[in-house]
Design a protein around this ligand. Structure first.
Ligand SMILES: [Zn+2]
Length: 152
């Protein structure tokens, strides 16, 4: 079973390339906050794996707050278009960040703590590792694809 996911850390702690979506979220205890996600499905995946936590109380009982206009026809995006966008995002990430493989969690934490020079990286992390990073406030994001392994 493949559990490895790709995560991206940007130098400035934010992530702006690709099509990010900002969701207004609300936790079970009534706190409101906002967070950026790769896509609606990416949010759902993170939520299901308890990787979205309320910054106020830490609960993982988080849902999207209703926003006006709340009812909007679901836009049908041709699969080819999605593939193209993913390919472009992937190319941009691979060109601009270093692939660190399963050392991602270690490297991301070391950068956050200032132990090694900051640089954009992407790599793989177990869900528990990713959760630990997020719990510690280290900015990481899931990528909608598995990193290609460089064979050369
Ligand atoms: Zn809360």
């Amino acid at each position: 079973m493949i559990w490895a996911r790709a995560y991206l850390l940007r130098r400035d702690g934010t992530y702006t390339c690709g099509n990010m979506i900002k969701f207004s979220l609300r936790c079970a205890n009534g706190h409101s906050f906002e967070s950026w996600f790769q896509s609606g499905p990416a949010f759902d995946t993170l939520c299901q794996r308890d990787l979205v936590t309320c910054p106020d109380c830490g609960t993982t009982q988080v849902e999207k707050a209703l926003m006006a206009p709340s009812i909007k026809p679901r836009q049908k995006v041709p699969p080819a278009d999605i593939q193209q966008k993913l390919a472009a995002l992937r190319a941009e990430i691979e060109a601009n960040t270093d692939y660190v493989g399963d050392r991602f969690a270690h490297e991301a934490r070391a950068m956050y703590l200032g132990e090694i020079p900051d640089r954009p990286i992407h790599g793989e992390a177990e869900p528990e590792e990713a959760k630990a990073l997020i719990d510690d406030g280290i900015p990481v994001l899931p990528l909608p694809f598995l990193p290609s392994r460089k064979t050369n």
